[in-house]
Design a protein around this ligand. Structure first.
Ligand code: COS
Length: 385
């Protein structure tokens, strides 16, 4: 299929693929086994200007949009979702600054982020606030010229490794979700520490930690947007990033499919390569259809986002849900095509299947995405009545 990518978009895809093949594929199993953060890959991505892909040129980035970011994420995910999570979570953490930061805040943080000098993490989730993002309990109280943060964020990607954290905290308890605000907190600020690194089923190259705020004082200028806008900052951030999660599902599906095809050509049973059997061909055909459908949807949504469309909640939730459901289905079927070999760590598909699972869970479970889509359907129906 030809998606009519521009020459520049093709160059981004080729560069991301080259980095994935040369720098990620050789080390992915070891990073997974050792639960090790991919600093070497991050350095390469930074040197190749890939980290600043989506950051405007005036702040040192390449000024590209959602489609280019999705293409890069897809290629990295084709090799390793642990690495692509690290890369994509950096964009997730940056969106609150990009979307809601003042020019001063952007000048302060974005050039270092674009250069890959300082990584970013997004802190919304808490022990008692996962799907119910409005239920966060971390507080930020204004005292003189400072906000004082107290509370614990859970399961934060890039936690501990990132230097810059965009944090959602409650400034006015009485107002519920409308009493939330967004802040930038820098690593090293007194009162800000990290919990243990989580031991996960998949995406083990990425780090996931608690962020602990114990009377952590930050300058009041670190607020993003105004007091009370935190929930909207979080929702708009997730609207911006979810298409990229769909691209992770697409990439891991593509990687697993290629492994399954390669294996099915080599593996002989009953005197023939197993790819000659209709049972296998039908499985591969379904995988190919699902991958192409996911790519068509994700690229279209990304182009829609890049058109400057105002409300992208529904399409980005669709791209996230479909892309990641395809990721899970195709990786599972790749293991099935490869049988016992697919289940062994000698082949990459068992890791791909473990990695794919989180994509249906993080940045809003696929059930929450369907709720978001459902709410939009209700609104559209009311408008068209
Ligand atoms: N853009 C702008 N505004 C939005 C919005 C969006 N995408 N989504 C919701 N809002 C607004 C609503 O319009 C509403 O505004 P008003 O109070 O003015 O009416 C407000 O935010 C609250 O919205 P809602 O009532 O829908 O909030 P809920 O508490 O019911 O939660 C869901 C909505 C479930 C969609 C939200 O909590 C969510 O996305 N949860 C998943 C969180 C997540 O992705 N976590 C992953 C961790 S981050 S990696």
């Amino acid at each position: 299929m030809d998606y009519f990518l521009t020459e520049e978009q093709q160059m981004i895809r080729d560069l991301a693929r080259q980095i994935a093949e040369e720098k990620i594929v050789p080390v992915r199993a070891e990073l997974d086994e050792k639960n090790e953060y991919p600093w070497e890959v991050i350095k390469t991505l930074a040197q190749s200007d890939m980290i600043g892909l989506f950051i405007p040129e005036e702040y040192g980035g390449l000024g590209k949009g959602c489609l280019e970011l999705c293409i890069a994420v897809e290629e990295l995910s084709r090799a390793c979702v642990g690495v692509s999570t690290t890369y994509a979570a950096n964009a997730l953490g940056t969106y609150p600054i990009l979307l809601f930061g003042t020019d001063e805040q952007k000048k302060k943080y974005l050039p270092d982020i674009a250069a890959g000098k300082r990584l970013v993490a997004f802190g919304l989730t808490e022990a008692n606030a996962g799907s119910d993002a409005g239920g966060i309990q971390t507080t930020a109280k204004l005292e003189g010229n400072e906000y004082v943060l107290n509370g614990t964020k859970q399961w934060i990607t890039n936690g501990g490794e990132a230097e810059i954290y965009t944090i959602i905290a409650i400034t006015d308890k009485a107002k519920g979700p409308r009493g939330a605000s967004a802040f930038v907190v820098e690593k090293g600020t007194p009162g800000f520490t990290f919990g243990k690194k989580e031991n996960k089923m998949g995406i083990r190259a990425s780090s996931t930690r608690e962020l602990i705020f114990d009377n952590c004082r930050i300058p009041k200028e670190n607020i993003l947007g105004k007091e009370g806008m935190g929930f909207i900052v979080a929702m708009k951030t997730l609207d911006s990033s979810r298409t990229g999660v769909g691209a992770q599902g697409l990439g891991v599906a593509q990687g697993a499919y290629e492994e399954a095809v390669k294996f099915a050509r080599q593996r002989h049973q009953f005197g023939h390569p197993i790819i000659s059997f209709q049972a296998i061909q039908h499985m591969l055909a379904d995988m190919a259809i699902e991958i192409e459908a996911a790519r068509a949807l994700i690229y279209s949504v990304a182009r829609y986002v890049d058109s400057g469309a105002k409300d992208v909640s529904k399409p980005s939730a669709m791209a996230k849900t479909f892309g990641t459901d395809v990721g899970m289905k195709v990786t599972t079927n790749a293991v099935q095509v490869m049988g016992g070999s697919g289940y062994m760590k000698e082949y990459p598909v068992e890791k791909m299947m473990r990695d794919a699972k989180i994509l249906q869970i993080y940045e809003g479970t696929n059930q929450i995405q369907r709720n978001v889509i459902g709410q939009e359907i209700i609104k559209e129906a009311a408008r068209n009545k």
